[in-house]
Design a protein around this ligand. Structure first.
Ligand code: SAM
Length: 368
């Protein structure tokens, strides 16, 4: 048995389990979900360094081969798991009373909650039931007061998505709590994704006292403000070309009482660096995955002469996604005065499409 004591045992359910190292947990869950092998009614469990993921059925031979290719070493065993919190089941239960049963499996379970606003995904089949879905969501998630649906792809530069108001007050502004910080967010005016919170924490934890960090694409400031909140003795330069985002960073810096160490710049990161921030940074954050590559030169220019750390983000797909992301960074430095002194870590931040990921490459850069 993986968890629980005698009292818990009657709440545990037996299931086939895929066992894999914790480090590969996110990848495993993504691949299993894609193969429809994930048992979503039960909660994965950890024991020492192993993650046990409940399966809905045994993988077929071809599926097992896919798992082996994507994940490498893993084992299967029979384990006991606790039921998941009733959230998903209840959403389905609430909807089951109102909608045709053929519609229930088509409802996307992936939605974002930002403050008290939920953003859902609808398809042509589920759109006619948008109000029922939003109502059920608000019943299950009592903190959600307003629901919007995605109404198109994100724009290239500001990373904003058109939204359609479904239910609740038609208000796009909210306060979102992340990692002990509070953020004022306007989902119609500036980019924010709650799915990046682990990444915000991961980068912030690496920053040491007396560093100078340039956050080139700061959004509403989740990296910048968390870094400044964790360390008193730090200087952060938060840049965003979207004036609405820059305005929100200023407000968020005040709200989190870190305005003395977060300097906000409104404008194109290239121009801001060239005019104000040459040779100052120990670390640069480049979270604009669709365009980071074009900004690598100014990222190098803002680093101190002895070099520093770059958190480079990109999108990459396929089995070689991580090494391709590293190659992209290295190629972008060709014909420049800079080189990679050390590849520190490469990590899949989140899946953005089947077998396509938002990838982080942390590297130490130095003059060539
Ligand atoms: C993917 S968002 C990242 C936001 C933030 N780092 C986060 O983790 O939430 C990219 C941000 O880059 C900003 N941006 C786009 N082009 C820019 C440019 N040329 N210079 C500075 N900021 C830019 C957008 O307005 C957007 O807020």
């Amino acid at each position: 048995m993986l968890t629980g004591n005698e009292e818990d045992s009657d709440r545990l359910r037996e299931s086939l389990s895929l066992n894999i190292s914790k480090k590969q947990g996110e990848d495993a869950i993504r691949v299993l979900a894609k193969l429809k092998l994930l048992n979503r009614g039960l909660a994965p469990q950890t024991a020492d360094d192993t993650l046990h993921v409940p399966l809905s059925r045994a993988p077929q031979l071809a599926e097992q081969k896919q798992l082996d290719r994507a994940l490498g070493k893993q084992t299967l065993s029979q384990e006991k798991f606790p039921s998941r919190s009733q959230t998903l089941a209840s959403l389905e239960q609430v909807l089951a009373q109102q909608l045709p049963s053929s519609i229930i499996p088509l409802i996307s379970k992936s939605f974002d909650v930002i403050g008290d606003i939920a953003i859902i995904e609808l398809s042509p089949a589920t759109e006619p039931f948008e109000k029922n879905i939003a109502e059920a969501l608000m019943k299950v998630h009592k903190n959600v007061k307003t629901v919007y649906s995605k109404a198109g792809p994100v724009t290239d530069s500001q990373r904003l998505r058109p939204l359609h108001h479904v239910l609740g007050p038609n208000r796009t502004e909210t306060i979102h709590k992340e990692l002990g910080c509070r953020f004022k967010i306007d989902i119609s005016k500036a980019f924010f994704s709650p799915r990046l919170s682990t990444e915000h924490a991961r980068v912030a934890e690496q920053v040491r006292p007396r560093e100078c960090v340039v956050d080139m694409f700061a959004g509403v400031g989740p990296f910048s403000i968390l870094i400044a909140k964790r360390l008193e003795d730090v200087q952060v330069h938060a840049i965003d070309a979207n004036p609405e985002a820059a305005k929100l960073i200023r407000e968020n810096a005040m709200m989190n009482k870190v305005q003395d160490r977060v300097k906000v710049w409104t404008g194109d990161a290239r121009t801001v660096v060239k005019n104000n921030l040459l040779g100052v940074a120990t670390r640069v954050i480049m979270n604009h995955p669709s365009q980071s590559r074009e900004f690598l030169h100014p990222a190098c220019e803002t680093l101190r002469r002895e070099g520093g750390i770059v958190h480079y983000y990109t999108f990459a797909d396929g089995l070689e996604s991580e090494s391709n992301a590293r190659k992209e960074l290295s190629a972008a430095l060709d014909n420049s005065d800079w080189k990679i002194e050390k590849n520190i870590e490469t990590r899949k931040v989140r899946g953005v499409a089947p077998m396509k990921w938002h990838i982080a490459v942390d590297a130490k850069l130095a003059p060539a």
